[in-house]
Ligand binder design. Structure first.
Ligand code: SF4
Length: 699
């Protein structure tokens, strides 16, 4: 791209999905500013987004393919990948191989990876780090709505009278949306309630902070449903005409009731009452939730406990109201749309339905189709460790640090007969690669992403890939061709892939599925290049961008009887053992992203927190003999990590918080993933990253 020419693209970090203007400068730097036309941010950017130009150095980039640690030609590397995958499949069957992708992949990358694994290899062993991010929301949506639908939009957050943030440090993790919320509060006096065991910066900005006991959200919302029922706040017309299953949900809510909620959450009764009253009296209420809800072994029940309250009051799909899942990654939603999770099929079709499977197979003209869900992230790496999966291709993510029980993941990769990694830099995962493939980075690749409000935006390249780096979709198609599937993967551009994805979304979809962008099936290259951000659905014949599209105000769910489902959510509490008495909670901080492969490149972002830390309450620190700012060892049954003690009353007694970002590459022994318990939600398969038993000791 010529210097001085601006490119409209999208931020590669969080699910807010802000529009970015990138302008290469004559001195080789790139000026970044917010895109004033983009409906997600209208020109705003947060600290991470505005520092994007400082993360583009090529110092540590992978420039050439490698085989067994030695530089190789692309054709050699691709041949080895295709040959080893084909041999493994013919010797051990299609389920002996797996792909592990990332919410950093663009929708077009995701589409071809999913197509290759599910339609041509014929197994569903493709999962992604999005499993760690929002799988419980997907499962909760499907249980309640019959589809993975986010009913509302960002505008609802601005039009609500009450915004309840559950398990979300929105100020740091979805900063621009939080800025929009604060601006709305200025205009209309929005009340903000934060439900979080920690007193985060978001909690400090709230009108009411409920510092609930960790993982007691189900009880909080079951108690709310019981309260709404007792107060006679049922929207009888909505419940009668558009929903089913209320009695079961009411029964579990009744069993919990106010006393159960009070005991489980450990909140003072008057605070609980204040919250219930506020929620009851606010017609326009948005309950937005993030990883504190999803990253739990009861995450799906948490999601449904929240949705139950919105269905009961009919507060869904109308301006300023509804449950709202805030996705962590820039394209977690796009991955869901193409079926890039082990339990999904493309275009929100159902992998468990024989007719849906046949629909996709015949659309792809593929020789076979996965007949059952595949292995979800934690199980996938366990299967590698046990030798059931013998070849894995990891794309754009660093599971050796980011998955729970990360030492076991490292061990699994060490023992795996064949590991392929495509990425932009070396990580703790790439050291296990038999074949290493250099991928194009954010500034160098083109495609689409979908943000938390279902808005599809273009990501556009403005720099040439360095060395021999290639876009992910290109690498995947080249391997597919070598495996004998050249015709089905003969794409010349991301636009061609997007058109096919759009066409598939419209197949046999007469309003029977939520995801439909079939109006984009005929987009020309130039129309794709200039595509403006839009929210799905965009069905054939509905070419105009009906902005602020909402679902379910008038029912019309995607269950067989088109009714939304109440789901019983019995209260199940977790506990810790005397040997590991503290609850270890992991999460993001304001200025870092994932395992810091990009954000650590900028001193500006590193100056927020220069090293990893453990937030601990003063009483717990004293009991453990920990002095402020000293090094401590966190010990769990899985492993250990060494970080600095940050003694603070923001942290509840009995719990500690450690950021997820640091790895052994940045700080020796600093990687907290090693100490995180690998337990998962039985429905969603999402790991409970916010609740591991641990103890702390001076280092
Ligand atoms: Fe990027 Fe999220 Fe910040 Fe927007 S809010 S600039 S998408 S990190």
């Amino acid at each position: 791209m010529e210097s001085g020419t601006s490119t409209r693209t999208t931020c590669p970090y969080c699910g807010v999905g802000c529009g970015v203007m990138a302008t290469p400068q004559e001195d080789g730097s790139v000026a970044i500013k917010g895109d004033e036309q983009h409906p997600a941010n209208y020109g705003r950017l947060c600290s991470k987004g505005s520092a994007l130009g400082e993360t583009l150095s090529l110092d540590d980039r992978l420039l050439y393919p490698e085989i067994a640690g030695h530089r190789a030609r692309w054709d050699e590397a691709l041949d080895v990948v295709a040959q080893r995958f084909s041999e493994t499949i013919s010797e051990h069957g299609p389920e002996s191989v797996a792909f592990y992708g990332s919410g950093q992949l663009l929708t077009e990358d995701y589409y071809v990876a999913n197509k290759l694994m599910k339609g041509f290899i014929g197994a569903a062993n493709i999962d992604t780090n999005s499993r760690l991010c929002m799988a419980s929301s997907v499962a909760g949506h499907i249980r309640a709505f019959g589809s993975d639908t986010v009913p509302g939009t960002y505008v609802d957050v601005e039009e609500a009278d009450l915004v309840v943030l559950v398990g979300s440090n929105m100020t740091w993790c979805h900063p621009v949306l939080f800025q929009r919320l604060l601006a709305a509060r200025e205009r209309r006096g929005t009340r903000i309630v934060v439900i979080d065991p920690r007193r985060t910066v978001t909690a400090e900005a709230a009108d009411l902070h409920l510092a609930i006991a960790p993982n007691s959200d189900v009880a909080l919302f079951a108690g709310l449903l019981d309260h709404l029922n007792r107060m006679g706040l049922r929207d009888s017309g909505y419940v009668e005409h558009h929903t089913a299953g209320l009695e079961g949900a009411l029964e579990s809510a009744r069993e919990c009731g106010f006393p159960g909620a009070s005991t489980a959450t450990r909140l003072p009764a008057e605070q609980l009452r204040e919250f219930y009253t506020l929620w009851s009296r606010s017609e326009r209420v948005v309950t937005a939730y993030s990883q504190g809800v999803n990253q739990s072994v009861v995450g799906t029940d948490k999601v449904n406990a929240i949705i139950n309250c919105h269905l009961f009051t009919g507060r869904i799909g109308r301006p300023g109201m509804g449950p709202f899942s805030l996705t962590g990654q820039p394209n977690a939603m796009g991955g869901r749309e193409v079926g890039g999770l082990a339990n999904m099929l493309a275009a929100h079709l159902d992998i468990n339905s024989p007719s849906h499977r046949e629909l996709v197979r015949s659309f792809w003209a593929s020789p076979r189709i996965a007949e059952r869900p595949g292995l979800k992230a934690v199980d996938l790496f366990r299967a590698i460790g046990e030798g059931r999966v013998k070849a894995v291709w990891i794309m754009g993510t660093n599971p050796a640090d980011s998955l729970p029980d990360a030492d076991a993941v490292q061990e699994a990769l060490r023992s795996c007969p064949f590991v392929v990694v495509s990425d932009i830099t070396r990580t703790d995962t790439t050291q296990h690669a038999h074949v290493l493939l250099p991928a194009a980075a954010w500034a160098e690749k083109s495609g689409t992403v979908t943000n938390s409000e279902r808005r599809i935006s273009r990501q556009r390249s403005f720099l040439k890939p360095p060395g021999e780096a290639q876009p992910d979709w290109r690498i995947i198609c080249d391997v597919a061709a070598r495996m004998g599937f050249a015709e089905a993967f003969d794409y010349q551009s991301p636009a061609e892939i997007f058109r096919e994805h759009a066409a598939l979304s419209g197949i046999a979809n007469e309003g029977t599925r939520d995801f439909d962008i079939s109006a984009c099936a005929e987009l020309s290259e130039s129309a794709y290049n200039t595509l403006e951000p839009f929210q799905w659905p965009r069905r054939q014949g509905e070419a105009s961008d009906a902005d602020a599209t909402r679902f379910f105000a008038q029912g019309g769910f995607y269950t067989p009887d088109r009714r939304g489902r109440f789901v019983p959510t019995p209260v199940v509490l977790q506990s810790v053992s005397p040997e590991f008495p503290l609850i270890l909670n992991t999460g993001r901080i304001r200025d870092q992203w994932h395992t810091m492969t990009r954000t650590a490149k900028t001193p500006r972002l590193m100056s927020h927190y220069a090293e990893s830390f453990c937030e601990i309450h003063p009483d717990d620190a004293e009991a453990a003999g920990i002095a402020p700012a000293t090094l401590v060892r966190i010990v769990s049954p899985q492993g250990t990590a060494v970080v600095r003690a940050l003694v603070t009353e923001r942290q509840q007694k009995g719990s500690i918080f450690v950021p997820m970002h640091w790895t052994d590459q940045q700080t020796a022994q600093g990687r907290i993933g090693a100490a995180v318990h690998p337990g998962v939600d039985p429905i969603s398969g999402q790991p409970g990253l916010k609740f591991s038993g641990a103890r702390i000791e001076p280092f």
